[in-house]
Design a protein around this ligand. Structure first.
Ligand code: ADP
Ligand code: MG
Length: 239
């Protein structure tokens, strides 16, 4: 398993009490497995991704990423594990306004101190894979929403992660563009043996995934499409 979360409890301060965002959650994702997490707003989906991404330390439970026990690692080791093994695509596109598509990817390697020439060829290969080969010199404002999301995905894969975490990749896109993004994630997951976890409200995309899990009130359960549909309110996207 590339990603293993065991018995995770996460609470946030909530006035003079604590709010339980993740309530004894278990999640394992194998290489090449595309897992979707669905569930209503506020059920803990983004918190789950943040814990898997090693961005938040849970109150209890263990997180293993590519064989590394993150929960026992110090801050520096955790940052290194994240940089080497985890690709993250956030809900909001966080591209740098002044950079071209190619540079959005290359900046990842500059940050991690890798070789420039190898990075350039990796970046071109990824932009090709996400069908952006002709857009490498465009800046974000010159790209469509779907194109920006594909830049985000390519950038997340620059350091050849084992684990890919994606939060609501289709929320800003129309139906057709959303489907293309999810097909792309499915292809990349299989071709690169990624353990991919995608949070989604978009039930139409579930046909492309291997495993559907439903988050409800901080608990995660195996769920088929019908249960998932009930959990997100009959397939309507909450605004
Ligand atoms: P989802 O992504 O499913 O909408 P979240 O993981 O964002 O759910 O949130 C789960 C619960 O935790 C919600 O009740 C939310 O209000 C709360 N929450 C999320 N982030 C924080 C935070 N940084 N501080 C306090 N409460 C938070
Ligand atoms: Mg969320």
């Amino acid at each position: 398993m590339s990603l293993v979360l065991s018995d995770i409890v996460l609470t946030y301060p909530d006035g003079d009490r604590r709010l339980t965002a993740l309530d004894h959650v278990d999640l394992s994702v194998a290489p090449g497995e595309f897992t979707a997490v669905v569930g209503p707003s506020g059920s803990g989906k983004s918190s789950l991704l943040a814990v898997a991404a090693t961005l938040i330390t849970p109150d209890s439970g263990t997180v293993r990423v590519a064989g590394h026990d993150v929960t026992r690692a110090g801050q520096a080791a955790r940052t290194r594990i994240r940089g080497d093994h985890v690709g993250i695509v956030f809900q909001q596109s966080n591209l740098l306004a002044s950079l071209t598509t190619l540079d959005q990817l290359l900046v990842m390697t500059h940050l991690s101190g890798g070789s420039t020439r190898e990075a350039a060829s990796r970046a071109r290969e990824l932009l090709d894979a996400v069908d952006l080969a002709g857009k490498e010199h465009k800046r974000p404002h010159q790209l469509s929403g779907g194109e920006r999301q594909r830049v985000n995905i390519a950038r997340a894969l620059m350091n050849r992660p084992e684990v890919l975490l994606v939060d609501e990749p289709t929320s800003a896109l129309d139906h057709h563009r959303g489907e293309r993004i999810v097909s792309l994630l499915a292809d990349l997951t299989r071709q690169n043996g990624l353990a991919t976890v995608m949070v989604t409200h978009d039930l139409a995309t579930l046909a492309k995934v291997d495993t559907v899990l439903t988050m409800s009130d901080g608990g995660l359960a195996a769920g088929d499409d019908a249960e998932a549909a009930a959990a997100v309110g009959g397939g309507r996207s909450p605004v």
